[in-house]
Design a protein around this ligand. Structure first.
Ligand SMILES: [Zn+2]
Length: 299
């Protein structure tokens, strides 16, 4: 398939910010991150002291501190005080990782023109297995993480977005209970677009019916009954499939790009067209070199 060239629709639509040089701290971050990725640093390893790192990298201790803070924000290291303290390499949880790569996944959904049918199919395959595994591996903590959103969802005062959020929360808890990080990560990619896929058929969905279906899944997982859990999921999925078909009427799920569906009730258009917040927003005319002659953007 030929990759499509992005098209600049009108000459004022390209919004850029001036390029900045990469800081010493981000270069330190890159080196440490590479060492973690290729296994030179492993989970549980203690990093050399701040003083030592500053010397090795040839930077100030403040720069090392800044780099460590960045790595800590990405859950790649954790620091502790005391005699046995220090900065240690950690492994981010699938949920934390997914949060970090959410933006890239969004970009990928857009670039690959991922359709509703693809998301739907992937969800069916992945979640069916998650549900079975959840019945075998769930903990008490998982059960309460599943139960709360179902109880919450029964509140008739919930707005559309809040109600949709309880659904994603419930299914996220199920995939977490499966205790398979790769399945959980893959499911998170699906969940990222769930508010959109659900929104499409919102008018068709019966809240009581959904709560009952979720509860049936919960009970089977609680009772460690993999077969019943998978069956309850199939019932939920078939219902959703039917409602999706009804909502699409003549449209074909194979041809609907999932990111063309608004993510929440306030956004009529997908997030990529939202205005930037920065005060330094610049408008560049295509015939000019960025940074050469800029025009401020009148908003
Ligand atoms: Zn659901």
């Amino acid at each position: 398939m030929e990759p499509q060239r992005p098209e600049i629709r009108d000459e004022d639509s390209l919004v850029v910010r001036p390029v900045t040089m990469r800081s010493a701290a981000s270069q330190v971050v890159d080196q440490l991150r590479s060492a973690i990725i290729d296994g030179r640093l492993r989970t549980g390893d203690r990093l050399p002291s701040e003083h030592q790192l500053a010397q090795d990298f040839g930077v100030s201790r403040g720069t090392v501190r800044e780099a460590i803070r960045t790595l800590a924000a990405s859950k790649l290291v954790t620091s502790s005080r005391g005699a046995a303290g220090g900065t240690f390499v950690t492994t981010p949880q699938a949920g934390e990782l997914a949060e970090q790569i959410g933006e890239q996944i969004g970009l990928w959904f857009r670039a690959g023109n991922i359709t509703l049918a693809e998301v739907h199919h992937a969800r069916h395959v992945l979640e069916r297995e998650c549900v079975r595994l959840a019945a075998a591996n769930r903990t008490e903590e998982d059960l309460s993480a599943m139960r709360h959103p179902v109880e919450e969802s029964r509140d008739p005062g919930l707005g559309e977005d809040e109600w949709l959020a309880t659904d994603v929360k419930f299914h996220t808890a199920v995939s977490k209970a499966a205790k398979n990080s790769i399945l959980e990560l893959a499911m998170t990619a699906v969940h990222l677009v769930r508010p959109r896929t659900n929104r499409l058929m919102l008018k068709e969905l019966d809240r009581d019916e959904i709560a009952e279906q979720h509860w049936a899944m919960y009970e089977a997982i609680r009772d460690r009954d993999s077969g019943a859990a998978a069956q309850a999921f199939e019932r939920h999925f078939c219902y959703l499939h039917e409602m999706q078909q009804r909502a699409l009427s003549d449209a074909d799920a194979e041809t609907v790009p999932v990111l063309d569906i608004p993510a929440d009730s306030s956004s009529a258009s997908p997030p990529f067209t939202q205005p930037l917040q920065e005060a330094s927003r610049l408008t560049v005319r295509r015939s000019r070199i960025p940074g050469d002659r800029r025009e401020s953007n009148h908003r």
